[in-house]
Design a protein around this ligand. Structure first.
Ligand SMILES: C[S@@+](CC[C@H](N)C(=O)[O-])C[C@H]1O[C@@H](n2cnc3c(N)ncnc32)[C@H](O)[C@@H]1O
Length: 238
């Protein structure tokens, strides 16, 4: 057996229950565009009234829309988490659990790690818990129901990896809240940096300013993925 084939069999990501669950979920998510069409009039009406997107498209309005990472981005989450040996992984915005499956497979393969996820919409949360169980990864996750700013308040150090994929208005406050528990070398990945360039301008500036302790780039991957490494508290040089 070749080395690649051997590692394929050993990885949780390529186990039958994980692959079967991912195929089912990615196929279901392919119908998202029809649901987006359904909420477009509401979004446009909000724009006319001067409302911000998150004020019109609330989690409840988007309760049956997956909005998942692509399979390629999911694989990227998996290998990034494997590369840094991440065992304590935090996810903002779990939805139906697609990205969570990729991260949980990595946490498990890194030796008994865990993903702490967060989802504010109750029906999605229940589905995510069921999907992770169907993938055989129930023991590698703790998916918390409620507003991430509250449910992720008691996270303890050392956090190895954070994946930001919830509503954009919370990226910066949540990053500031989690920063004290990041270990030096922790990776922060944040999705949709190009699609939400304006809403994420403050978050982007914060990550790019080295005095905040991060070294970051935005990868042209899908609609932009920020990849930041936490280097630790920066001290003023003379
Ligand atoms: C883009 S989707 C996440 C997709 C998921 N990461 C995946 O790849 O399958 C964003 C999710 O964030 C959730 N969300 C929005 N605001 C939230 C909040 N304050 N706390 C927790 N979840 C929130 C939404 O309900 C939605 O399901």
């Amino acid at each position: 057996m070749s080395r690649a084939a051997a590692s394929r069999t050993e990885s949780s990501l390529h186990s039958e229950p994980v692959q079967r669950t991912l195929r089912r979920l990615h196929a279901a998510a392919a119908g998202d565009w029809k649901k987006f069409l359904g909420i477009t009039p509401r979004y446009l009406a909000g724009l006319v009234m001067g409302k911000k997107m998150h004020e019109t498209i609330t989690p409840a309005v988007a309760r049956d829309i997956y909005m998942p990472v692509s399979p390629a981005k999911g694989e990227f989450l998996y290998i990034t988490a494997r590369a840094i040996g991440a065992r304590n992984i935090i996810e903002f915005g779990t939805s139906f659990g697609i990205s969570t499956i990729y991260l949980a497979a990595a946490a498990k393969d890194n030796g008994g790690g865990r993903v702490t996820g967060s989802e504010i919409e109750p029906a999605k949360h229940a589905q995510a818990v069921a999907n992770l169980a169907a993938a055989g990864l129930g023991d590698s996750v703790d998916i918390r129901l409620g507003d991430a700013l509250q449910t992720l308040r008691d996270i303890t150090a050392p956090v190895d990896l954070v994946f930001m994929d919830g509503w954009k208005v919370l990226y910066l406050p949540l990053l500031k809240q989690l920063k004290p528990v990041l270990r030096p070398g922790a990776v922060v990945l944040a999705d949709n940096m190009s699609g939400f360039r304006k809403s994420l301008a403050d978050f982007s500036d914060y990550l790019l300013s080295e005095r905040n302790g991060f070294h970051a780039v935005t990868l042209e991957f899908g609609d932009g993925l920020a990849y930041a490494v936490y280097l630790g508290e920066q001290t003023e040089s003379a």
